[in-house]
Design a protein around this ligand. Structure first.
Ligand code: HEM
Ligand SMILES: Cc1cc2nc3c(=O)[nH]c(=O)nc-3n(C[C@H](O)[C@H](O)[C@H](O)COP(=O)(O)O)c2cc1C
Length: 508
């Protein structure tokens, strides 16, 4: 393979001849800029497509290193397998690789990263969000933080926890307290698992591996997303022997691909299959979609509409067109026939669907509105928990070792987790809390997040008067205010937070 010098790269940094660098390999993208390509991605349903990212993004990296922009969104071999061999120009000379010019955004990001507060000044999971908001590129922040439509569901997820009060017990010997548990039969040092969040490399170059390594160190369980930036095998390879992992599944229209993926996961030792059932179509996440109009430096794009970008999609929709909207209860027996992993339906809301899931013979459900990213105004998992537990109690033996209820959405503190456990959850999923932790500080951030939760568990268990999690029950909380939303919800300032015309309107 030929070596490419900086001088050669610099001569191909325009529309007429556009070379870019991805993982030190140099590719000629000139023809790709305007043409269609045959998509060879595993999950791509369209045989011949224009580049969903448009041509402008590629041109921005002409003569430069595009790895950071390319890597989070594409499978690692997408560029090499889609470009004809003659477009693989060569590799950047090793001595020169570090001096491939950075874009202005990359330079700015390095400055911002250097000014992060030290990790020991991070006191709770909210702090990670504040740091992530500053250090993440605008596109990544938009994708991670966005929720659907008016973002009512995401706010209510958080608010719901604030409407449940503790009823602590006194004079119980709480010298030693233990909050460890098992989740689907797997040991976990906390009653918390890392919920699947897609595109980890938008936030950090190591992406989901930050979670895998921190989970190994602290004995918690990671759910691998179908749409991870790292490949499934890369994540499993990074796990320690015996480290339990779960898999989140988006079901492909092509069931043979789904079967292959699930069975591969089982062979590689995954301990639970979480089928996402609340996403037959991805919600409209407008912060994410708006990024199509805004360039990475945060300013409006000129000559919109001339680069082939579909403006009614954000990253979320661009990467999820393979998901099968025809998925139905009829498919459950098929899933049971292709795997022996416990099957959990992720994204259940109502008592009737919870009962149906139990009757369909799956091993559990996650009461979740997908972190507020799907149907807006859908009730929070915590609110649904109360009704679902009441319904299950009348329908079957409850608690039931063969059927678990998990909850996610808005969990940021151990006290939130304990409230959900008191109301009947087996364990709780955390998405953005860990996502922001590694976006801001990498693996160390996730480790710090677990340590913070651990300290919060210790304190809360003592103050509640609970020695182990089996002491936590409905008599330790007052959930009578859970439905009393009026007047308690946070001030609705969504318009100012998401509308880019707001300041303009205020000025005129
Ligand atoms: C042969 C090379 C490439 C192919 C075949 C390709 C293909 C794709 C495909 C299929 C998608 C939709 C998401 C997915 O399913 O993965 C996508 C999105 C995207 N691509 Fe590429 N891509 C290539 C190179 C690049 C490069 C070099 C860059 C950056 C410089 C880039 C930037 C993007 C962006 C930003 C999106 C997301 C668009 C959005 O926000 O909706 N792509 N690409
Ligand atoms: C950026 C982001 C990406 C997500 N990606 C997925 C996904 O690919 N599949 C899925 O089932 N859930 C996904 N979720 C939802 C989470 O698994 C989880 O339900 C939600 O984040 C819980 O709410 P929380 O973020 O408030 O903890 C995603 C959430 C976020 C924030």
């Amino acid at each position: 393979m030929s070596l490419v010098s900086q001088e050669a790269l610099a001569q191909h940094a325009n529309r007429e001849s556009c070379w870019i660098v991805v993982h030190n390999h140099v590719y000629d993208m000139t023809d790709f800029l305007d043409g269609k390509f045959i998509c060879r991605a595993l999950f791509c349903p369209q045989p011949e497509v224009e580049h969903p990212g448009g041509s402008r993004i590629i041109l921005r990296y002409a003569g430069k290193d595009a790895t950071a922009a390319y890597e989070p969104i594409h499978p690692p071999d997408m560029i090499s397998s889609n470009l004809p061999l003659e477009k693989h120009i060569g590799v950047v000379e090793a001595s020169e690789a570090s001096s491939v010019p950075q874009t202005e955004e990359q330079k700015q990001r390095e400055v911002v990263l250097a000014s992060r507060p030290p990790l020991d000044e991070i006191l709770n999971l909210h702090d990670f969000e504040a740091v992530a908001k500053v250090v993440l590129p605008p596109k990544a922040w938009a994708y991670y933080s966005s929720a659907s439509d008016d973002e009512i569901a995401i706010r209510e997820n958080r608010a719901a926890y604030q409407r449940v009060c503790f009823l602590p017990r006194i004079l119980r010997d709480v010298t030693s307290v233990d909050w460890s548990t098992t989740i689907l039969g797997q040991k976990s040092s906390l009653p918390v698992y890392i919920s699947a969040t897609a595109l980890g490399k938008l936030g950090h170059p190591d992406g989901e591996l930050n979670l895998t390594r921190a989970a190994a160190k602290h004995g918690i369980i990671q759910m691998i997303p179908t749409l991870a930036s790292c490949s499934f095998d890369e994540i499993v390879d990074a796990a320690q022997p015996g480290q339990p992992l779960f898999l989140q599944l988006y079901v492909n229209r092509d069931r043979s691909l789904t079967k292959k993926y699930v069975q591969h996961a089982e062979r590689r030792g995954v301990k639970g299959l979480f089928i996402t059932v609340d996403a037959p179509q991805l919600g409209r996440r407008e912060k994410d979609m708006r990024m199509k109009f805004v360039d990475e430096s945060g300013t409006a794009k000129v000559q919109e509409g001339q680069d082939g970008v579909k403006k009614n999609e954000g990253i979320a929709r661009a990467i999820s067109s393979f998901i099968d909207p025809s998925l139905s209860w009829k498919d459950i027996p098929w899933f049971k026939s292709i795997t022996n992993m416990p099957i959990i339906l992720k994204g259940v809301s109502t008592p009737s669907d919870a009962i149906k899931a139990y009757e369909a013979g799956v091993q559990g459900i996650v009461l979740s509105n997908h972190g507020g990213r799907q149907l807006d105004s859908s009730r929070s998992g915590l609110e649904n928990l109360v009704d679902v537990v009441a319904a299950l109690k009348t329908h079957m033996q409850w608690p039931n070792p063969n059927f678990s209820i998990f909850v996610d959405g808005g969990v940021r503190r151990a006290s939130d987790v304990l409230k959900a456990l008191a109301l009947g959850a087996s364990a709780v999923g955390v998405g953005r809390g860990f996502l922001y932790a590694f976006s801001a500080y990498g693996q160390e951030g996730v480790e710090r997040a677990v340590e913070i939760l651990r300290d919060e568990f210790e304190m809360n268990m003592r103050l509640l008067g609970a020695q182990t999690l089996s002491d936590i029950g409905p008599d330790m909380v007052d959930a009578s205010g859970l439905r009393a939303r009026a007047g308690i919800a946070p001030q609705d300032n969504l318009f100012s937070a998401t509308c880019r015309f707001f300041y303009f309107l205020v000025v005129i």
